[in-house]
Design a protein around this ligand. Structure first.
Ligand SMILES: *Cc1c(COP(=O)(O)O)cnc(C)c1O
Length: 405
């Protein structure tokens, strides 16, 4: 077996992306015991760091061990009892994922949809809530499959009026686009590290409002083997997943420190470093940086004579969709970029499969040199494939964005 030696790729797709160097170092830091006071101290620090990242005062702010969908699954399986109504507005691949996970949790799922490349107006969501009267509204903020950013700021108020729990998956958008948990009145939010936060996949930070926690506490069933006399079962049905049982996970992260899983220590180090990195840069500065490099990439792509995909007024800062020109083989271009230039860009799913590429500028790779290298390389590959464009326009366009900034 050869030694581990992955090629030095530049990951310019919709995620994962290259890690910040300090996050990489954090992962190779030595392990400590699960109840070492240093470890529980780190857990408390992570809670307070992610309160700042999520912009919330929620006490229940912690990590779910697993990739982003572990966070989604924990939030949904803990609050959905079989037969509960859930409304999922779908504007891309990850809306379908929320539907799928809610259905598996036993929900009666209702969906509304807009075409890929668009987002919902608040009235559309309110009308559906009025009609369906769901217990939960589950909605993605930034859906990388379409590059769209769903405005959430008016939906929390609507949810409160109809007594609906408001959950959002902000995995792809957090850190690179505005997100306000408390101000927008969200009850649950889950994310991952591998997009704008600049870490690897494998940890899912979540935050939960008091309203959410109160509701799931009614389903509290401490597992045999760690139970003591003072543990009483909640009046509501037992949560169907042990691993994603939020009341038990809260007991582990809370004062009782009741054993549940073994916290994924290396991933916790990573998540901690990602948050510190973001907060040291400043959330606002980080959003501005993502917007700058995202704009440079989009303008550069236009210089390649590529057409941008989707409603540009509701686009995420950190990923741009471009139509694959008619006369070229999209997969061949991607593999040439990878083989000759060590650059990865994204393909697409579902109705957009074979139609658009997705160019990401996020986390560590939201950088001028990464954008310029990608554009220059893509120009070479496209030109050699017979696509016509004005030579040098891509990099010039991007440089124009930088000098205007
Ligand atoms: C990328 C992405 C994910 C990733 O989920 P994983 O389980 O980490 O693969 C989840 N949600 C959204 C909206 C994403 O864009």
């Amino acid at each position: 077996m050869n030694r581990l030696n992955p090629p030095p790729r530049l990951l310019m797709g919709p995620g994962p992306i290259n890690c910040y160097p300090r996050v990489l170092s954090a992962m190779s830091t030595q392990l400590i015991g699960q109840y070492d006071p240093v470890m529980t101290g780190y857990m408390n620090e992570v809670m307070s760091l992610y309160q700042q990242v999520f912009k919330t005062n929620n006490q229940a702010t912690l990590l779910i061990d697993g990739t982003s969908r572990a966070g989604i699954e924990a939030v949904l399986v803990s609050c959905i009892e079989p037969g509960d109504k859930v409304l999922v507005p779908i504007f891309g691949r990850f809306g379908h994922l929320l539907q799928e996970i809610a259905e598996r949790a036993g929900a009666e799922v209702h969906t509304i949809e807009v075409p890929w490349g668009e987002v919902f107006q608040p009235e559309q969501v309110e009308d559906a809530i009025k009609k369906i009267r769901p217990k939960v509204l589950a909605m993605v903020q930034g859906d990388t499959s379409t590059t769209m950013l769903q405005p959430l700021e008016h939906l929390g108020e609507i949810c409160r009026r109809y007594d609906v729990l408001f959950y959002s998956d902000a995995t792809a958008s957090i850190g690179g686009n505005p997100f306000e948990t408390d101000q927008w009145q969200l009850d649950a939010v889950s994310v991952g590290l591998q997009k704008c936060l600049g870490g690897p996949s494998g940890s899912a930070p979540i935050t939960l409002s008091e309203r959410y926690v109160e509701l799931v506490r009614k389903r509290h069933h401490v597992e045999a083997g760690i139970r003591s006399e003072h543990h009483e079962n909640g009046e509501a049905s037992r949560i169907r997943s042990n691993y994603f049982d939020i009341p038990m996970i809260l007991d582990y992260w809370g004062e009782e420190r009741l054993n549940h899983h073994t916290e994924a220590t290396s991933m916790l180090y990573c998540a901690r470093e990602c948050a510190i990195n973001l907060l040291e840069e400043g959330i606002e500065n980080c959003i501005v940086r993502h917007k700058l490099h995202g704009d440079a990439m989009a303008k550069g792509a236009q210089g390649l004579n590529l057409k941008l995909f989707g409603d540009q007024s509701n686009k995420m800062t950190n990923v741009v969709g471009v139509y694959i020109p008619e006369n070229v083989d999209g997969e061949k271009i991607r593999s040439q970029l990878l083989e000759d230039f060590n650059i990865e860009i994204g393909t697409s799913f579902g109705p957009l499969h074979g139609k658009i590429w997705r160019l990401g500028t996020m986390g560590y790779n939201a950088r001028k040199d990464a954008v310029l290298h990608t554009l220059q390389s893509l120009e070479t590959v496209l030109r050699r494939a017979g696509h016509s464009m004005s030579a040098g326009a891509a990099v010039d366009n991007a440089l124009g964005v930088y000098s205007g900034a």
